[in-house]
Design a binder for this molecule. Structure first.
Ligand code: LLP
Length: 440
């Protein structure tokens, strides 16, 4: 059976889950659990799909697809991004260090962050990053001073809040007014930031940036943001008698997590954004700027499956005579904080065998000392699931391993890449000794 979304496109299930031709059992035996398994071809296809769709819909005006490294990052993924020929959005010195470690072309890197340190700014400018996205008035002064000290003229964008209420979880929604990112267009601070930036010879303002939030399904938010940014481009043109050449519309494209859901289609969403960009530019008699985007989740999310081993099960009586079976796996909130933090929902399947057993009402929990340590709140799974069985949770590629913690001194899982029947380690499992080595 071919697994449809949200599973990686090369997954099959014939009694046992196989991802790109490698069975869950072999993966668990060789690399241990919990394990993040990333389907390499799937990653390339998804990244390539965004690259191609941007060109298809914007033609000469296609800018860069920047992969948002915060969604998941290691050296191998940074190499893949470069092979696909797209750019890299980093938002810390640590993410920049990964890019540098694989000699990622500096001009294809964009540096983000609402509180970049002096040393992060200096490292980025020294490395030659293509664009720094500026987020506060202090930062405009800092970037200008450091660029001047290094004798460089740094290309920059201003991150703007377009005042869009993206319909997603509050914590991952970023373009409404009352939050920490960017310069507000509505309050006039965006225009003040334009003036402040233009006063520095060491800064070259190339355009505006907006990121309205994450896991968004309605194109309208992107369209409204684009229209507001374009309005400001027109104001700039009227004031300075020159046009800024670039816009970056950020990431946030929603994906499927549960069976029956489907993610945003790159072609559909870019077609509608492109129509709005053309319409608004015509309205203001502007040349169409180059358009860049920053998908993270949509590229890496569906490529990855977490494999857990079941450790114990337990049945709990509920009010009304019902019961719930708790299935405890060998990971949990330390490798996937999303259910506890955002109420995110996932699905799971028994990955090592076919079961004829009738499904029972189940909750998948982790091994952490916290009752909120829930992987899946409610799911029907075969009644005979027992210690030693493997459960696979698909679509964990984005903000799973990258937000992992060591709560309860649990070492963070390994990441394995699978392709054409072969598996190889791309991030090794953390060990207890790694953790002990930090303490003096
Ligand atoms: N660009 C900027 C400036 C961003 O802040 C982000 C995500 C992205 C691009 C990529 O967004 P994506 O395409 O992956 O949705 N931890 C949360 C998501 C936080 C997103 C932070 N910024 C979660 O697990 O849902």
């Amino acid at each position: 059976m071919k697994l449809s979304q949200p599973y990686s496109s090369n997954s099959t299930f014939e009694g046992e889950l196989a991802i790109a031709g490698v069975t869950a059992r072999n993966l668990a035996n060789e690399f241990g659990t919990p394990l993040f398994v990333i389907d390499e071809d799937d990653f390339h296809q998804r990244a390539g799909a965004w690259r191609d769709a941007l060109i298809r819909h914007f033609g000469n005006h296609a800018g860069t697809v920047y992969y948002a490294g915060k969604s998941f990052l290691n050296k191998e993924v940074a190499r893949w991004i470069n092979q696909v020929g797209i750019g890299f959005d980093v938002c810390s010195g640590g993410e920049l260090a990964v890019a540098r470690s694989v000699n990622f072309p500096a001009t294809n890197i964009e540096l983000h962050g609402n509180n970049k340190s002096e040393s992060e700014i200096r490292e980025a400018i020294e490395y030659g990053v293509g664009t720094i996205v500026m987020d506060s008035f202090f930062e405009i002064e800092r970037v200008a001073r450091i660029a001047a000290e290094l004798g460089k003229i740094q290309k920059v964008y201003l991150r703007l809040t377009a005042g869009v209420e993206a319909h997603t979880h509050e914590f991952i929604s970023t373009a409404h007014e009352d939050q920490k990112f960017g310069f507000s267009i509505a309050s006039g601070s965006a225009w003040k930031a334009v003036e402040a930036t233009s006063a520095h010879a060491s800064l070259r303002l190339a355009g505006f940036h907006s990121h309205i939030g994450s896991q968004i399904f309605i194109a309208e938010g992107f369209e409204v943001a684009a229209a507001r940014l374009i309005e400001l481009l027109a104001k700039y043109r009227d004031h300075f008698d020159a046009q800024l050449p670039e816009l970056d519309l950020g990431g946030g494209y929603g994906i499927a997590y549960l069976p029956g859901e489907s993610g945003l289609d790159p072609d559909e969403v870019l077609a509608s954004i492109s129509a709005v960009v053309k319409r608004e530019c015509e309205k203001h008699s502007l040349t169409i700027p180059t358009i860049s985007i920053e998908p993270g989740r949509h590229i890496v999310g569906p490529t990855t499956t977490t494999i857990y081993a079941v450790g114990t099960t337990k049945s709990v009586e509920l009010d009304g005579g019902e019961s719930r079976r708790y299935i405890a796996v060998d990971g949990g909130m330390s490798d996937n904080i999303r259910p506890s933090l955002y109420g995110a929902e996932y699905t799971a399947l028994l990955a090592n065998r076919l079961s004829e057993s009738a499904p029972v009402n189940s909750r998948i929990v982790g091994k952490h000392c916290e009752s909120g340590d829930i992987v899946i709140r409610q799911i029907e799974l075969p009644g005979d699931i027992a210690p030693g069985d493997l459960l696979a949770v698909p679509a964990t590629g984005a903000y799973g391993r990258s937000m992992a913690s060591n709560y309860n001194h649990i070492p963070r899982p390994a990441v394995v890449a699978v392709k054409a029947g072969k598996a190889r380690l791309i991030t090794r499992r953390e060990s207890i000794n790694d953790l002990l080595a930090l303490d003096i």
